[in-house]
Ligand binder design. Structure first.
Ligand SMILES: [Zn+2]
Length: 467
């Protein structure tokens, strides 16, 4: 690999604009989205006319077979009136996409790329109508932008992207597989980075806080028309809220001391910091459809396992905020060593890391990431399936302990494993149901998959407002 993966991710995350959305698009879309009685055709025509190439493309597309016109439309005003606002919106959006694709640096033909995106957009909208999806325009936009990761890669690493493209063509494999080999990430990953504003931190943790502050400032500047309530930070460990020191974070490889006060000082915003599982429990109460009065436990399965307990209408914290460390309850005295210093803790047999270890034991070789393991299992790779089944059973066994200890009405799982819930959820549930003591709690994955962790940071700030 000519360029390191972290370097690519960082470059994509640093892309300020993809590349530059024409400045007129935002006001144009706003105008086109106005209720019919407020639409001002002259203003729309004026806006589009600012950009000569957009004008030409709009006219070209309006006259394409897609809209089945008998008489040619040769001026913008007639076009806007003849096609209507919805179609003009579609045309403006898709023509903008065409202008975003960098030209001449790779063998990607912008027109072909654009046709593919447009085709997907049209199909998405058609499906949306068919299945009664409430917002067909959103489906159209999603289809149109589904390959935005390719645009990012074309801008940032054109040569490496070209290598992936050549590999895909010469070996007849899908582009994302070739990208995984040539770049170490796929355009789905790149798209995610673009869409979510991911900040890739330096490997050295001592240099991590400054880029975080810079990213927060950038985000605030980009949305200066909004007010900000605060900043939520979710930690994969326990931090003492007063001392600001990590008191228990076996999986956190870098010092978090003073992170809260430094960000608070730099941004002049209130910063709320808590354990990620606690934050997820609050998030389920705030945003989920769980009845807030219920007792629920969120089990966060990633590198380790953390649990957040919401009982009797509040988070259960315990002495030093240490309640809920079920991940470090010993399940097997002879089990693997754990980061906490003990052996055979629940997280050593049921976390993502355990799944990766099981795979290595079955196959003899390692798999690079949990996401890759999930993909293999989805493709019915025998060792991949066996490894995740073993992990699922171990998860279910631990949930029995939680059900017996706390008798929650609901247990919610957060983490990558929920991406394959249809397959492994039933196994987890089967183990849980072996619980003989209390009634069996309802078990479900978090509705938003991994976005649950992101949103939980918002819940921290909202909860802070209440206190
Ligand atoms: Zn442990």
């Amino acid at each position: 690999m000519a360029i390191a993966l972290s370097e690519i991710s960082r470059k994509i995350a640093d892309l300020d604009n993809i590349p530059t959305v024409p400045a007129l698009l935002v006001p144009l879309l706003k105008r086109l989205g106005e209720p019919a009685e407020d639409v001002n055709v002259t203003e729309i025509v004026n806006l589009i006319s600012y950009d000569k190439s957009l004008t030409a493309q709009c006219l070209h597309m309006a006259n394409s077979p897609l809209y089945g016109r008998w008489t040619p439309l040769d001026n913008l005003r007639t076009t806007v009136i003849a096609l209507g606002m919805q179609r003009m919106r579609d045309i403006a959006l898709s023509c903008t996409l065409l202008t975003l694709v960098p030209r001449g640096r790779t063998s990607v033909d912008p027109a072909v790329f654009w046709e593919h995106s447009l085709g997907c957009a049209l199909v998405c909208r058609q499906f949306a109508h068919k299945i009664g999806f409430p917002d067909p325009a959103k489906a159209y936009l999603a289809g149109l932008l589904h390959d935005v990761g390719v645009v990012a890669e074309l801008c940032v690493v054109p040569e490496e992207f070209q290598a992936a493209l050549d590999l895909a063509r010469s070996q007849g494999i899908p582009l994302h597989e070739a990208e995984a080999t040539a770049l170490g990430l796929t355009h789905c990953d790149s798209g995610k980075i673009v869409a979510q504003n991911v900040v890739v931190l330096p490997d050295d943790p001592r240099n991590a806080i400054q880029p975080m502050i810079a990213a927060i400032r950038k985000l605030m500047a980009a949305h200066s028309d909004r007010s900000f309530d605060g900043i939520g930070i979710c930690l994969p460990g326990r931090a003492d809220p007063l001392l600001e020191e990590a008191i228990f974070a076996p999986n956190l490889k870098w010092p978090i001391a003073s992170i809260k006060s430094r960000i608070q000082k730099a941004t002049e915003l209130r910063v709320e910091m808590d354990n990620v599982a606690n934050a997820c429990a609050l998030s389920e109460v705030w945003f989920g459809d769980s009845d807030g009065l219920h007792d629920l436990v969120v089990v966060n399965v990633s590198e380790g396992i953390g649990t957040g307990i919401f009982a009797n209408g509040r988070l259960l914290r315990g002495a030093n905020g240490m309640a809920g460390e079920f991940g470090h309850v010993q399940m097997d005295a002879e089990g693997p060593e754990c980061g906490c210093g003990s052996r055979g803790c629940w997280e050593t047999i049921a976390s993502n890391r355990a799944g990766l270890r099981y795979y290595q034991e079955y196959r003899g070789t390692a798999v690079p990431s949990f996401a890759a393991l999930l993909k293999m299992a989805q493709a019915d790779d025998a060792c991949g399936v066996k490894a995740l089944e073993k992990m699922a059973l171990a998860l279910g066994r631990g949930l029995r302990m939680i059900a017996s200890a706390l008798a929650p009405s609901e247990i919610i799982i957060v983490g990558d494993i929920t991406n394959a819930w249809h397959r492994f959820g039933p196994l987890i549930e089967m183990e849980l149901r072996k619980n003989a003591l209390s009634g069996v709690p309802k078990l479900r994955p978090s509705f938003e998959g991994n976005a649950a962790r992101l949103r939980s940071a918002v819940a921290l700030v909202m909860n802070g407002n209440m206190v």
